[in-house]
Write a protein that binds this ligand. Sequence first.
Ligand code: ADP
Ligand code: MG
Length: 681
Amino acid sequence: MPSLFNMPLDRLKGIGSGRAKLYNKLGVASVGELLRLYPRTYEDWSNPCRIAEAAENTPCCIRAYIEKVSKPARVHGNLMIFKFIASDGYDNITITFFNQRYVYERLSGGGEFLFYGTVKRFFDNYEMSSPSVSNINSAGIHPVYPQTAGLTTKQIESAARQAEALLPPKMNDPIPPGILEEYGLCSLDFAIRKIHFPDSLDDVETARKRLAFEEMLILQLGMARLKRGGTRGRSVFRITKEYSEEFRALLPFSLTSAQERAIMQCISDMKDSVYPMNRLIQGDVGSGKTAVAAAVCYAAIKNGMQCAFMAPTEILAVQHYKSMSELMGNSGIRLALLTGSVTAAGKKAIYEALEKGEIDLIIGTHALISDNVCFASLGLVITDEQHRFGVKQRAALISKGANPHIMVMSATPIPRTLALMIFGDLDLSVLDELPPGRQAVETYLIDSGKRQRAFGFLKKEIDKGNRCYIVCPLVEESESELESAENYVKKLRNTVLGGFRIGLLHGKMKGSDKESVMSSFQSGMIDILVSTTVIEVGVNVPEATVMMIENADRFGLSQLHQLRGRVGRGKDKSYCILVSDNQTGNTKERLSVLCRTNDGFKIADEDLRLRGPGDFFGSRQHGLPELKIASMSSMDMIDETQAAARKILESDPELTAKEHRGLYYEIRRLFAKAGSTEQLQ
Ligand code: ADP
Ligand code: MG
């Protein structure tokens, strides 16, 4: 659909420049993109059910005629209530609307209508509150779109109808016919039309499967091309002498065998291979990745290389700097910290020292990729929490050296299949063993009714001299992160925890402010740290023994596991309390996985099974296109698309064949949108 992707949205009726901006917020700038804005779900108005047979807690459609119109009632000043009794010929139902006078006017004349909503049963009475209303002749399946402030799903539906009418009679299908046939997929034409306007829910499934397949296939092909773009030359820096004994002597503990193995693998990469090291160190929180990084840096530096270590946040960079300094500070190795908060003069001094080779190990944030940073002999680049960096940022740091060795550390256990896909060009070392003496974090799932009791438990822990985290994600879109966290603290002041020292950490804070709150918590000047999710990665406070997470259902399992990893780092037994009022079957099952196991890899597998791969990449994996529809797709589909991608690339690595033009075009379009075309030549 190349031409529709060039057609601006305001060519459609009812869309001016103001409304076009709202569409932009949904990631839609052209008519083609509007057709790729898929419905979130559907309302099935095609089979009205009897009132008495409506499913519990699930919206459905009923067909009923108006029996009685109650007098409008005014409550609370401005709130108007309109009530009707309607009947489907078997049962009566009370239907209530609030403030929707136009609905009142439409229904009060009587007649038969379709109502879509949730039927609630109170003994023998049925009730429906604020259902959607339609004429009896407009049955069918209606799309429900993701909404943004100011755009209703009806408006999007009407725009999508116009867009659909503009589709050419014969659409170019990016998926070659052979693959459509092999995997039983419908045509693009059918899929695009039916995903918006299906005749049945089967149509939706058929369309969804095809579109998800296409999305995954394009992702896989694009990834494969990104990686190939990174083919690298021979290494310049080699390790000739290991210095392992010398490094071990610096450590206050002995390494686990998983750590020993990972270090050995890295050193051997940097010693023997013609090509530079390209290795992913995957280890659960607390598995001791920092010591592995330190060992490898030590060997690299002793062999004449400079090392750069980039962390995603300032807090983490500082922490790595501290632990690295503790481990190596006395060995003559020269370390420095470079973050956005360093003064201009401080930065200048660091730039000069780096360029002269007077700093051996520089630790920092994105500040490291500034143009001003030049090295004398950058031989090893380490990035922590890799999936938070864009492809470009990683490349920018690497380009500051002559083919340096690369080490990537990830604390997000990723199921093996996905790891191979996302990090397919990296060798993998897994730290599958925790240092001795660690206790599993005991985890509980509660609803908000038990919150006060939980606070009582936190109080006891703090009375013992321990510290607690409370994570409260932003829930109301209308609130700012600051407001939401501040309101939470305000409420906390009226509980048994009110007398303690409470600190506040949120994403909109300045780096230096975050730093000072974090260090107050680390040093024990704060008892309770209330935070949005900025503490997600890597922060180490051994005295913290409770992690309480509000609205836990908002997070993915892997994310929760990461948060939980902030506790259980010291000698005392630690606890994680998940608070959620969303106790529907699926959510409860998902959250209770955490109560059963502390093994990050098991949790990741479970997360993948329950939520699909969307959380593992998509929007979080910057530089890759967002998954719009495949995020719920199954492992089977990942396997299928992987096989299909391999087959295509084997026969046509450059995607120049005529039947692959469409795929090539889509890869470029989607990866360009995500900001990584440079590598995609
Ligand atoms: P992560 O893998 O989450 O980055 P860290 O490297 O921060 O883990 O290590 C967590 C804690 O465990 C640190 O306090 C570190 O000093 C300690 N540690 C690391 N390795 C060992 C070991 N082999 N024995 C004992 N403690 C260790
Ligand atoms: Mg870490």
